[in-house]
Design a protein around this ligand. Structure first.
Ligand code: ADP
Ligand code: ASP
Ligand code: MG
Length: 450
């Protein structure tokens, strides 16, 4: 079996879905499980819908629901024009889901309260709609496609918006359900991102979570490979939307790809690598608008070359310095600081300590962070540096590549923290946000364009 995952832009309209069908058609012999995201921008629309409902802005809610309905109805009508029988069935299902959503959102609007559980239920609709329409499009193209609700398979905790699967239960579910439902079909199709708790409440795997879903299905089924189809020619030496003259990476290790994602490269969800690595399943990142390109292969470390692979950025971060009046020692410093951060689930990106200081990089915008810092402030001096970004150069044995620190200092003007990651997979620099673009461009040029 193989897993073929299509991201939002790869299913955004009739033409894109036409490409999806032709890609999958060429792979039917390999028994594909197809995983799809919501149509491009739909998850964002649903997030806005949830917020507007909570704010009880009824007119905006109505307008957003209208947009959602029109986009999906029009797509179904265009795709299934030649098959009125399938179109009627498909529209009935789409309408049922949207009507359900309308009722649910109406409830949220009425009480003006939105729990994370309700929000997960609202934003999961994107994948449920896109997958329904795409399964009909396959059937209309005479490819018998069996639609499976991912909530029957991926079982998670009740951290509804960033849910984590119970892998044992999930693996057993996937094996059983896919095994049963594949019979008689050319392919099975399901949703990325969407999951459920053991009690059956809808949960989601976090933004960009469809990549993670694909890797979970791959692991459970022992797939030969996982294909991630997106809108760029594979994983590149930097985000091509941000940096000029990026290069395609031909082969990269699981560890490097995971480090890139952790350090802000948006191309794969940070948890995608783990399930694939566990069973040594290769991942290929491919471009659905340029199928001739071989994309990037993500494999075990001993099958990938050493050296720098990519430059990534994490912006909207805070750099925090905690200074103790005493020489507490590293263990105590870390212990006390994390004693305030951990119970509040503050996702620390990077931390370094000396006998009397701790340096932290954390994402901005967390109410609970303020609380944690106030607690730490009772025994230490806390300095928060705003408008900072974290630039990272990722690649195995990156320390062997000289001159990175000098380059970053000379272009950015000031480095607040320089760090080599403990796994030696990246070098990281905290710099001022307004120097990011120029630093990225020149660092990238220095490394990759000689
Ligand atoms: P999808 O909808 O297919 O999941 P995403 O938008 O999530 O697509 O991911 C693809 C995008 O990731 C690209 O359009 C690109 O802008 C961005 N990206 C960030 N860093 C990189 C990188 N190093 N290589 C390739 N793409 C990157
Ligand atoms: N639709 C979800 C999102 O936009 C999941 C995904 O596309 O990976 O984040
Ligand atoms: Mg994505």
């Amino acid at each position: 079996m193989i897993i073929i995952k299509f991201g939002g832009t790869s299913v955004q309209d009739e033409a894109a879905i036409g490409r999806v069908i032709s890609i999958v058609k060429g792979r039917l012999r390999e028994k594909p499980l197809v995983v799809v995201s919501a149509l491009a921008r739909v998850t964002r629309l649903l997030c806005t819908l949830a917020e507007e409902a909570e704010a009880q802005r009824e007119d905006n809610v109505k307008d957003l629901l209208k947009q959602l309905r029109e986009r999906h109805f029009n797509l179904a009508k265009n795709l299934l024009a030649a098959r009125p029988d399938l179109l009627e069935e498909c529209l009935a299902k789409v309408e049922e889901r949207i009507a359900d959503l309308e009722t649910f959102v109406g409830g949220v609007c009425l009480i003006g309260e939105l729990s994370s559980r309700s929000e997960a239920r609202i934003i999961s609709t994107g994948e449920l709609l896109s997958s329904t329409i795409i399964s009909y499009a396959f059937n209309a193209a005479d490819i018998s496609c069996h639609w499976i609700d991912a909530r029957r398979m991926i079982t998670t905790d009740d951290n509804y918006l960033n849910a984590r699967p119970d892998m044992e239960v999930t693996e057993a579910n996937i094996k059983r359900i896919v095994g049963l439902e594949y019979k008689g079909a050319d392919l099975v199709l399901t949703q990325g991102f969407v999951a459920a708790t053991p009690k059956g409440a809808t949960s989601v795997l976090g933004f960009e979570g469809s990549d993670y879903s694909a890797a979970i299905f791959g692991m459970a089924l022992g797939a030969e490979r996982v294909e991630i189809w997106t809108d760029v020619d594979g994983i590149r030496s930097a985000d091509p939307r941000v940096v000029h003259n990026t290069r395609k990476i031909d082969v990269i290790s699981y560890e490097e790809a995971a480090e890139m994602a952790a350090m802000g490269a948006r191309v794969l969800h940070p948890l995608t690598i783990e399930p694939a690595r566990k069973k040594n399943i290769p991942i290929r990142v491919l471009n659905s608008t340029n199928q001739a390109c071989e994309g990037t292969l993500v494999v075990r470390g001993d099958q990938a070359p050493d050296g720098p692979k990519s430059v990534a950025v994490k912006d909207e971060i805070l750099f925090i310095k905690v200074t103790s009046p005493k020489l507490d020692g590293v263990t105590r410093m870390f212990g006390k600081v994390f004693g305030s951060l951990y119970p509040r689930r503050i996702p620390v990106v990077l931390a370094k300590a000396t006998e009397s200081e701790v340096y932290l990089v954390v994402p901005e915008e967390r109410d609970t962070l303020q609380e944690a810092l106030e607690e730490i402030g009772k025994w230490a001096e806390v300095t928060v540096y705003r408008d900072k970004a974290l630039i990272s150069v990722v690649g195995r044995n990156i320390v062997g590549f000289e001159g990175l620190g000098d380059k970053v200092i000379s272009v950015s003007g000031k480095v607040y923290l320089a760090n080599v990651s403990a796994n030696m997979m990246s070098e990281n620099f905290v710099i001022d946000s307004d120097r990011v673009q120029i630093t990225l461009e020149s660092l990238h040029d220095y490394i990759f364009n000689g």
